[in-house]
Design a protein. Structure first.
Length: 83
């Protein structure tokens, strides 16, 4: 079965395809990028790239400790008003 491929993505190199896929596109761009990844056998590299992006998107422990501390200050300051 013939697959409709985008001329725009046919001209790009493998690294450019993977870079654009890491940016987490949506809609038509995602569809044509998935076709290019499938045709060029880049599925493993694409999955690894997304794994790295998702890992970097998480917050550090210090982020959560800071907001827990701020919540503690809020409870100490305004807690007696609610009791």
């Amino acid at each position: 079965m013939a697959v409709l491929r985008s001329r725009k993505y046919l001209k790009l190199s493998d690294t450019e395809i993977l870079k654009r896929y890491k940016d987490q596109p949506s809609g038509e761009a995602l569809h044509f990028l998935q076709i290019e990844i499938e045709q060029r056998n880049l599925a493993d590299e694409a999955a690894e790239g997304l794994k790295e992006v998702r890992k970097k998107a998480r917050h550090s422990v210090l982020y959560y400790l800071f907001y827990a501390l701020m919540f503690g200050f809020f409870v100490v300051r305004f807690g007696k008003d609610f009791i």
